[in-house]
Design a protein around this ligand. Structure first.
Ligand SMILES: Cc1cc2nc3c(=O)[nH]c(=O)nc-3n(C[C@H](O)[C@H](O)[C@H](O)COP(=O)(O)OP(=O)(O)OC[C@H]3O[C@@H](n4cnc5c(N)ncnc54)[C@H](O)[C@@H]3O)c2cc1C
Length: 411
């Protein structure tokens, strides 16, 4: 009987791994299964647009049944438990039995990190999923009608916080008193000074008060407690201050970092289980070329997904595994609805062109995941997208190894 190969999680990393495996595995070689807790893939990099200006939800998700065609199999169920060793992975699915596989890629993403700060989880809204983005949207809508502009604090001055607070500012001009709170000395830590300066200028234009070096020690109802006593009052607190690995990682007994991210060897395999490969924000790989941690971004997750799947295939074929080096192409950040900033190689891009490039990258991802239909859907206005999809023809999977595997040196 053909072995089973599974991808657990259908985010950026999981879908990249799935695409790599579908491309290279013949049906007689292995059965390919994609498992996800929801029936759709979410463009997490765009959920702040749902929270802020109320883009239609269809704009940021793709039904997985449009992505997974027979003979590959889609299982929609949360992975509840995972046991992995050097020859197999046993997966327990909530309400859907068990799955035994000979090898798997774990790509179940992240959850917010609250660093044990008292009251923070209870008194804040997170922004880590489509459901959480909808909750923020509803709360903002509820507050927007108040006579006195309510106080909205976005805590965490990384990309997520900056993209969200500028989106809210443009969606609700002067309706809120907006603040961005960052514990470190500067917003967007790790980014080049010209990007940070541009972000500051946009925040100033949009009347967002920026508090840097503001270390949060706790949150209470309506009050963010800061070290040194300069507390801030809020009507809505949104937490965008950090991530940790999906709790499934720790619960499965995999070796993990103190942020709950699975440790990976240089080939993106679990050091504790040779049958399990790791990709995306649920893990914490070290770049084999730079020796530095790979950032937790969608771009890195996609590269890791391809590479982990490529190494899984090499392992099945008895070939030598390749170390992972993240050759990142740059970064594009939205600064509200009309401008952005970014770095593409050595070049810095600003304003409308930066935002247009970001949309182009997102459209490219939609095309890679969902094909031409999803690309068109992103260009058409929402009302034109309601047409039901025609069932797609079953796709042949008997693809020969015509394309090199992700991570092959020739690539
Ligand atoms: C507002 C915002 C803006 C961002 N902007 C950018 C940006 O501009 N550029 C950039 O590169 N990055 C950006 N990021 C970061 C980026 O979104 C993440 O790094 C990326 O989503 C990580 O991909 P992933 O595949 O590891 O996880 P995810 O994309 O979160 O996917 C995880 C998948 O696993 C599934 N899953 C979870 N638990 C289970 C379970 N138990 N069983 C089965 N399935 C499960 C989920 O349903 C999901 O489909 C942004 C993030 C946010 C929140």
């Amino acid at each position: 009987m053909a072995p089973t190969v599974a991808v657990l999680g259908a985010g950026y990393a999981g879908l990249a791994a799935f695409a790599e495996l579908r491309q290279h595995l013949r049906p007689d070689e292995a059965e390919l299964v994609l498992v996800n807790k929801d029936p759709y893939h979410t463009f997490v990099t765009e959920i702040h647009t749902i929270a802020g200006n109320g883009e239609p939800v269809s704009h940021v998700r793709i039904p997985l049944h449009e992505v997974v065609r027979p003979p590959a199999r889609l299982v929609v169920a949360p992975v509840e438990r995972l046991r992995a060793d050097d020859s197999s992975v046993e997966v327990t699915l909530r309400g859907a039995g068990r799955l035994h596989c000979e090898a798997a890629v774990l790509a179940v993403g992240y959850e917010p990190e609250y660093y044990g700060l008292p009251g923070l989880r209870e008194h804040s809204y997170a922004l880590d999923s489509l459901a959480s983005a909808r909750r923020v949207r509803e709360r903002l809508r509820g507050l927007a009608g108040a006579a006195e502009p309510p106080r909205v604090i976005v805590a965490g001055g990384g990309i997520t916080g900056v993209e969200l607070v500028t989106e809210i500012a443009d969606s609700y001009p002067r309706r809120f008193r907006l603040a961005l709170v960052e514990g470190g000395p500067e917003i967007m830590p790790g980014f080049e000074p010209d990007l940070v300066r541009t972000a500051h200028a946009a925040l100033r234009d949009k009347r967002v008060a920026v508090h840097t070096g503001a270390r949060i020690t706790a949150a209470r109802a309506g009050q963010l407690v800061l070290e040194g006593g300069a507390d801030l009052r809020f009507d809505l607190l949104i937490w965008a201050g950090g991530i940790r690995g999906n709790p499934l990682v720790g619960e499965s007994g995999l070796p993990c970092s103190r942020r709950g991210q699975a440790k990976a060897d240089p080939t993106l395999r679990s050091p504790a289980a040779a049958a399990l490969f790791l990709a995306g924000d649920c893990s914490a790989p070290i770049d084999a070329e730079t020796g530095r941690p790979v950032p937790n971004t969608a771009q890195a997750a996609i590269l890791e997904g391809h590479h982990a799947a490529g190494n899984l295939l090499r392992q099945l074929n008895g070939q030598e595994l390749q170390p992972f080096a993240a050759h990142l192409r740059g970064i594009l950040i939205s600064l509200g609805r009309h401008e952005g900033v970014g770095k593409l190689g050595p070049a810095t891009v600003y304003g409308g062109p930066a935002l247009a490039l970001k949309h182009a990258v997102e459209a490219h991802h939609a095309y890679e995941v969902g094909g031409l239909r999803e690309l068109v859907a992103r260009v058409l206005p929402a009302r034109d997208r309601a047409a039901p999809s025609r069932p797609a023809p079953a796709e042949s999977r008997s693809t020969p190894l015509s394309r090199p595997l992700a991570g092959d040196r020739a690539r």
